[in-house]
Design a protein around this ligand. Structure first.
Ligand SMILES: Cc1cc2nc3c(=O)[nH]c(=O)nc-3n(C[C@H](O)[C@H](O)[C@H](O)COP(=O)(O)OP(=O)(O)OC[C@H]3O[C@@H](n4cnc5c(N)ncnc54)[C@H](O)[C@@H]3O)c2cc1C
Length: 409
């Protein structure tokens, strides 16, 4: 059986490991755009902030491909997929045939439209190579501009503030991380960042840049100008599926997959940031572009590719973030619509900077936001993933002294 995996991120390598574990004889080819050894993408923000060295990024050794007996084709992008002939084209040159194919191409940073984007020191932050280039700009940076307050924009701003560089962040919503946290937690995060030198501007965007080879100034949509010598574009990501024939393989935002991570074409699978599947909290299809999902989905896709029919229950958004003195943990639905069928309970202790909010749908826990005292977060996530009815008092679960023994009584 010839397996071809597109993408050497964590979803692709997790699938490859599972295939090798279950089938010692399988032939495997892995095509990846990046030639760096498999690495921990979320950690690039820690490299930027300076808490982790660049050399700590790899999550597998340089011998990974040999050890797994994988034929690697690295530094090359797949440009086309021919479903009828079961082949993929690598940068228009080779055609590689497959029996089973996994698309694990992750996501690409969403581009922006602005003048003079070619200037030096304007970055995306998605890859090890991006962060290596950013590190070169950091020592001489005096003021940074971050576009977007999503996960990547937030992490870029946090990393640069951590290095003592003042940052201006342009965001559309009223607070950073609007998709990950609710307004109260967002305000707490923003206050923490502002105290360290963050300048937040809402409802304004960049229309262009100016500089003499290196960026020196940004022009904003409200007519103002901003001096900056480093810019990070963090306006979200889009699943990397430009080579996927959308008239044959069903695509919405991501590639649609069933519970076996198989696309609408038998024998072709998708996993990780590129895949769209049922979300456990929302009970609808969703792209949950997070690391633990990519690992789990890669493994399940690998099992199904070798013929073990294993069902994936569904994905769940979740995040743990440290912001100077705040620990923030969220999962599932964080911003439940007020007119929806949800019951929301919350407890706020501003003096101690403790906040927790739980969202229930009928008898199930479907969302949580915890600021500080995040110890029970793992247990609450397990409750959401199990989908089991919650049959103890909701106020008890809201309490910081809640423990698992109360669940099994
Ligand atoms: C700065 C940052 C911080 C993050 N922080 C967190 C966090 O705190 N917690 C969390 O859970 N998640 C976080 N994430 C998200 C997490 O990194 C992703 O969810 C995860 O890496 C997805 O893995 P993947 O294998 O699906 O895709 P990717 O890691 O994107 O890997 C896909 C690979 O496929 C390659 N590729 C793409 N197209 C092609 C093609 N056509 N041909 C060949 N190769 C191709 C890409 O170059 C890439 O190497 C963060 C991401 C970033 C960028």
């Amino acid at each position: 059986m010839k397996h071809v995996i597109i993408g050497n991120g964590i979803a692709g390598i997790s699938a490859a490991e599972m295939i090798r574990q279950m089938d010692a004889d399988a032939s495997m080819t892995l095509i990846g755009d990046e030639s760096f050894p498999p690495y921990c993408r979320p950690m690039i923000s820690m490299v930027l902030e300076g808490s982790v060295g660049y050399d700590r990024l790899p999550v597998r050794g340089a011998d990974f491909y040999d050890r797994m007996r994988i034929q690697p084709i690295l530094g090359n992008r797949v440009t086309a997929l021919d479903v009828d002939n079961r082949t993929v084209s690598v940068q228009g040159e080779h055609n590689i045939s497959y029996d089973k194919l996994l698309i694990a191409t992750g996501a690409d940073p969403r581009p922006i439209k602005a003048n003079n984007l070619h200037l030096k020191n304007i970055f995306f932050m998605r890859t090890a190579e991006h962060v290596r280039a950013m590190l070169e700009a950091v020592p001489s940076a005096r003021r940074a501009l971050v576009l977007g307050g999503g996960l990547v924009g937030f992490k870029a701003a946090y990393g640069l503030l951590h290095r003592g560089i003042p940052v201006t962040m342009l965001i559309r919503s009223g607070y950073p991380l609007a998709l990950q946290v609710d307004p109260r937690a967002g305000q707490m995060i923003q206050d923490e960042l502002v105290a360290r030198g963050l300048d937040v501007r809402v409802e304004v965007h960049v229309i262009g840049f100016d500089g003499n080879s290196r960026v020196r100034r940004a022009f904003l949509s409200d007519g103002t100008e901003l001096d900056c010598d480093m810019v990070v574009i963090g306006k979200g990501v889009t699943p990397a599926l430009s080579f996927v024939p959308k008239n044959i393989i069903q695509v919405d935002l991501g590639i649609l997959v069933n519970r076996h991570l198989e696309t609408s074409v038998p024998g072709i699978y998708a996993a990780g940031d590129v895949a769209e599947l049922i979300d456990l909290a929302r009970n609808t299809r969703w792209v949950n572009a997070i690391w633990p999902e990519a690992v789990a989905q890669g493994r399940v896709a690998g099992m199904n590719m070798v013929g073990r029919k294993v069902a994936y229950k569904g994905s769940l958004s979740r995040n743990v973030i440290r912001i100077f003195g705040l620990d923030v943990m969220t999962a599932g639905i964080v911003n439940a619509p007020h007119d929806g069928p949800y019951e929301v309970i919350a407890r706020d202790d501003p003096l101690r900077k403790n906040y927790r909010k739980l969202v229930f749908l009928e008898d199930r826990l479907v969302g949580m936001t915890l600021v500080n005292h995040i110890q029970q977060g793992g247990m609450l996530i397990a409750m959401m993933q199990s989908g089991r009815p919650v049959n103890i008092s909701r106020e008890k679960i809201l309490s910081a002294s809640f423990n698992y023994r109360q669940l099994i009584r």
